[in-house]
Design a protein around this ligand. Structure first.
Ligand code: G16
Length: 548
């Protein structure tokens, strides 16, 4: 495309999506995320970048998702999805950041520079998939993305309101039609179809109950489950709460992040003692479970629990199908509860890799196993299977002895039920329900597999969160000077103590995590570490207080 035609489209687009702020914005843990009113020019530019990326990838489809996921309603965000449905390749994050921050006057020259640098063939045809969450600011941003795509003569295909994992799935299917059909119906057919199929083979028994309560976080996931619910033929009796009506606000005092971080049940969900509840986040890429016992105490079953449940069931099926040689591994982050890691390595005998926060890092590490189970404690995760694993299991399902065949066929259904592109609350919900049903477990029995170490997460606001640098999968703080030494001193005073700090990639805060042998100690350690962050990393606002 000659520069003169770039000029015309930019001049037109600048009129519509001008850069109105000088605040520097960075492609973070899951794309750009900030107040929605600061994002329009960024999203427009990501439309441009998606077309360039697609042309570098031989015209394969790229996705643009408009969402701020677990953040509250005033925020929004945008992220790009690569051709296999995975997160944008990390080396392109710097390119995205550069394009998002140049002035309107430099936009044309910078775009031309990027096209040259990445050697994009701008004559290729390309289609870009665009999806959005339920935020009221999303339609305007989706339009800006589509305008960016058209500015570089790409073809936008808009899916309207979808979950983030659905859009990842559509992109993957569009580029690899063996994976499924790139439509919402295609998604239901594959994931929900596999669930119904597997339930024909696994009768309900033991303490498992088909009644499941769901907290939809007033976002998109609950709405989609409302569609799915009608097709479940009694296999699962979903009672849905927080669907966005009755004044319920997105992610406010509800949803997976609220439940995990506050360790409290969400508002808006009917309280029934011992009832299993699944809590999704705003764009449905995370899920945690909980129940409240008859003494009103909440028990959380987070991403670590889901990971161990899935890994142990897959291991069981691999053993039964005599495909034990396939290497299964689990990937976690520093947030994983120490007790879960001990359980996985010592009891399940499954190897564990620890990586930095962000599913992109976990996904990457999971690729090194035949079967990689990856989960963040916050409930974001999935399972991925190598081609070798899929071929081996398919062969056993056809040619194995009777018992081996049965296990391998269950495993094939399990694979079909999995959205392998990214963590997916809906797919994960069906996976969890399948394992609980297969084992005849209620939530209390699921919880009893191991005892979590009490933990606490808090946020500290500082002037510039980027003064915090970390190493060793975020377990060590390398700057500001003296902070890690202080953390070490504080941790040393607690039995089973562990703590770390890291800058968030999705909110303007520093995150603090602490665990110890009692809840009181974990709370106190978290507060002490927060004070150290406040003092040594430029805290603003009120100084964090120690618990009474
Ligand atoms: C995103 C990422 C997750 C990450 C989370 C929190 O989740 O996809 O991998 O754990 O942000 O990140 P941070 O601690 O850096 O703010 P989501 O559900 O918000 O897209």
């Amino acid at each position: 495309m000659p520069p003169s035609s770039l000029r015309v489209v930019y001049a037109f687009a600048r009129e519509m999506h001008p850069k109105t702020t000088d605040i520097f914005i960075q492609y973070g843990t899951a794309g750009f995320r900030t107040k929605a009113n600061l994002l329009e020019h960024v999203v427009y530019r990501m439309g441009l970048l998606a077309v360039i990326r697609s042309r570098v990838k031989n015209g394969r489809t790229i996705g643009i998702m408009i969402t701020a996921s677990h953040n509250l309603e005033p925020d929004n965000g945008v992220k790009l999805i690569d051709p296999d449905g995975e997160m944008l390749e990390q080396s392109w994050e710097a390119i995205a950041t550069k394009l998002a921050n140049v002035s309107d006057n430099d936009l044309e020259a910078t775009t031309a520079e990027i096209i040259k640098e990445v050697n994009a063939n701008m004559t290729l045809k390309t289609s870009i998939f665009i999806g959005m969450d339920t935020r009221y600011t999303s339609p305007r941003l989706a339009q800006a993305a589509a305008n960016g795509v058209m500015a570089l003569k790409g073809t936008p295909k808009e899916f309207g309101i979808v979950t983030t994992p659905m859009l990842h799935f559509f992109v993957k299917c569009r580029n690899d039609n063996t994976y499924g059909t790139p439509t919402e119906e295609g998604y239901y057919e594959k994931i929900v179809g596999a669930f119904k199929n597997i339930r024909q083979k696994l009768p309900v028994y033991g303490n498992y109950s088909t009644t499941l309560y769901v907290d939809g976080a007033n976002g998109v996931g609950g709405k989609k489950l409302n569609i799915i619910k009608k097709t479940l033929d009694g296999e699962l009796d979903l009672k849905l709460f927080n669907l966005g009506g009755n004044g319920g606000k997105l992610n406010l005092n509800c949803g997976a992040d609220f439940v995990k971080v506050s360790q409290k049940p969400p508002v808006g969900v009917e309280h029934v003692p011992m009832q299993r509840v699944a809590s999704l986040d705003g764009d449905s890429d995370r899920i945690v479970y909980y129940y409240v016992d008859d003494k009103d105490k909440m028990h959380l079953l987070d991403g670590d629990r889901i990971a161990t449940l899935l890994a142990s069931y897959i291991t069981e099926l691999l053993t039964a199908s005599e495909a034990k040689h396939l290497k299964l591994g689990l990937v976690q982050t520093a947030y994983a509860n120490g007790a879960s890691t001990a359980y996985i390595t010592q009891k399940l005998k499954v190897p564990v890799t620890c990586v930095k926060t962000g599913v992109k890092h976990l996904h990457h590490a999971a690729l090194s196993y035949d079967i990689g189970v990856y989960f963040e404690a916050n409930g974001h995760g999935t399972v991925i299977y190598s081609d070798n694993a899929k071929k081996t299991i398919s062969k056993i399902a056809e040619e194995g002895e009777s018992e081996q065949r049965k296990a391998a066929q269950l495993l094939l259904n399990f694979i079909d039920m999995t959205n392998e592109t990214v963590g997916d609350a809906i797919s994960d919900l069906f996976l969890v329900e399948t394992v609980l049903c297969a084992r005849g477990l209620d939530a209390e029995q699921w919880l009893s597999t191991y005892d979590d170490l009490p933990c606490r997460q808090v946020k500290v606001t500082v002037q510039d969160r980027n003064v915090i640098s970390t190493a060793d999968a975020e377990r060590v703080c390398t700057s500001p000077e003296g902070l890690q030494t202080r953390i070490d001193e504080l941790v040393a005073a607690y039995a089973d103590g562990r703590a770390f700090v890291r800058p968030s990639g999705t909110e303007d805060v520093v995150r603090v995590y602490a665990e110890a042998d009692t809840q009181q100690s974990a709370d106190k350690l978290a507060a002490e570490v927060s004070q150290a962050v406040y003092d040594l990393a430029g805290g603003v606002g009120n100084r964090p207080e120690l618990p009474a």
